[in-house]
Design a binder for this molecule. Structure first.
Ligand SMILES: [Fe+2]
Length: 237
């Protein structure tokens, strides 16, 4: 089976955010990615988070409008699509806002397709285990809360399928430290011990990273919003 992947679009009307991010270009980049996914007949598409962003002049209505616009474009291709939420997605919108506006589904959940079980997690929780949309976003304080740790353990223990774990922030210990989920080591141990995980996919660290940890590939996708070039990927599983 084939899956289409992209991450960190940071879509909004701003021409630049910081020196290198080009958020206003992301709508066309998403269209280009989705055209390619459609033409290559991918079975499903995941965005690994930070679909939208904003600058200081944006109103909540404009931000929700950008989210709705991006989701409508993606869904118009009629390929099963899953948004793994990122820290920026929770800056202004709540999970309920995203669900109401565009059918976002809050993790944790699993999707079975082909021979694989995809396990979608949300590490946008502060150390007090309150989600960013309520607690306020701190991108350096990402944690997978206990109920999701147990969810992951249970899903891995109760399947004979090969699993793919998806989460916005990083489980890979090799990326810049501030991007790593605080309890990543505990989660990697569960992944390793289950002998069920074929692949881990993350976003968040805009440069991207690839490595093999405990014989499991950990892919951190490069961010779509960086520069004028595009960044997306088709994986064949
Ligand atoms: Fe990002």
């Amino acid at each position: 089976m084939k899956i289409g992947l992209f991450t960190d679009c940071h879509y909004c009307k701003a021409e630049y955010l910081g020196p290198t991010r080009r958020p206003s270009l992301s709508m066309n980049k998403i269209r280009e990615a989705m055209d390619e996914f459609k033409s290559k007949n991918v079975d499903m598409v995941f965005c690994l988070g930070d679909l939208t962003d904003h600058d200081e002049s944006s109103t909540k209505e404009e931000i929700i409008g950008c989210f709705r616009e991006a989701m409508r474009l993606i869904c118009s291709y009629d390929i099963p699509f899953y948004l793994v939420p990122g820290n920026h997605d929770y800056l202004v919108m709540t999970a309920d806002d995203m669900e109401r506006e565009a059918g976002f589904k809050a993790p944790p959940y699993t999707v079975e397709a082909g021979a694989y079980k995809f396990i979608v997690l949300d590490a946008n929780y502060r150390s007090n285990m309150v989600r960013f949309d309520t607690a306020g976003v701190d991108w350096t304080d990402a944690n997978l809360p206990p109920h999701q740790v147990e969810f992951l353990r249970t899903e891995l223990n109760n399947t004979t399928m090969q699993c793919v774990v998806l989460v916005h922030e990083n489980l890979d210990p090799c990326v810049d430290k501030m991007h790593i989920i605080k309890n990543a080591e505990q989660i990697r141990e569960i992944i390793k011990g289950s002998h069920r995980v074929a692949l881990v996919i993350q976003g968040h660290y805009h440069k991207g990273m690839e490595g093999v940890i405990d014989n499991i590939p950990y892919i951190t996708l490069p961010a779509m919003c960086e520069g004028e070039g595009n960044s997306f990927r088709i994986l064949e599983l």
